[in-house]
Design a protein around this ligand. Sequence first.
Ligand code: IPE
Ligand code: IPE
Ligand code: MG
Ligand code: MG
Ligand code: MG
Length: 294
Amino acid sequence: MNQTLGSFLEEKRSLLNQQMEQQIYSMQIPETLRNSIMYSIEAGGKRIRPVLLLAANEAFGGDENRAIAPACAVEMIHTYSLIHDDLPAMDDDDVRRGKPTNHVQFDEATAILAGDGLLTAAFHVVTSNDHLTDREKVFLTRELSKASGAEGMVAGQMLDMEAEGQTLTLEGLEAIHRHKTGELIRFSAVAGAFIGGADSSQLHHIESYAKYIGLLFQVQDDILDVVGEEGEIGKPVGSDVSNNKSTYPQLLGLEGAIEHKNQYAEKARMALKEAGVESTLLEDLIDFISDRKN
Ligand code: IPE
Ligand code: IPE
Ligand code: MG
Ligand code: MG
Ligand code: MG
């Protein structure tokens, strides 16, 4: 892995962990609920979305202190989405981030509430931050609610559930991926660039870069569900097959899925060039996401 991105990841992960912990401990939360929330936050995770947000902010010369709150917020929403995604009514998975899933460790009701708590806390974190202007808070709240809600990630989860057992067209599958995974990744890059001071044309190209990164990310997730190792990916292999999910490997075969992934990576690289910003971090993130083993 590229050293620069490697050390950036390591440094920002520990900063984010410390910030999220501080946010959660500053809230008056019933003990079991706090334990359940902290269990999933502390279980780890790659922190790709908030790291992308911080990298995009840095690419435009932004002050990191102003990007921390939205970075924590998007990771909190992502963590909530995983807790709910694993529930028996959804993917019914028992392992996440190398540990028993939240509902296995606690119980279903607690897991549902931990997810609800993380989702709403995310908006509190953004709107109560002192480093952001009111205008920025409105922008971030509007974009994050859209990206995570019934038009965004939640829409993707619904389409994913409805597609179980079906054979979709490539367009149909792409629409699921764009929403369930792409939207939070799109938000992350756009929010970071916006806070960093990108102009509207740059924002447009960064958004396009992020859309391809999002697709790339989920295609690799689908591939890892086939060829990954549970010990390495921290979640069960073969979950998609046992749930009859529509995935890239299921539709195109493994080779076809890899070919598609490479095309998305190339498109992400072109979009980044068009944004006209020099950022080895954003460039290296493309390969990192494409080649990730977990
Ligand atoms: C898993 O996301 C769910 C998808 C959207 C594919 P990540 O692979 O980012 O999971 P963590 O946060 O590293 O556990
Ligand atoms: C989940 O996609 C995307 C979310 C919104 C959480 P998956 O169901 O493929 O994620 P994993 O494989 O369980 O992490
Ligand atoms: Mg799922
Ligand atoms: Mg799942
Ligand atoms: Mg998956």
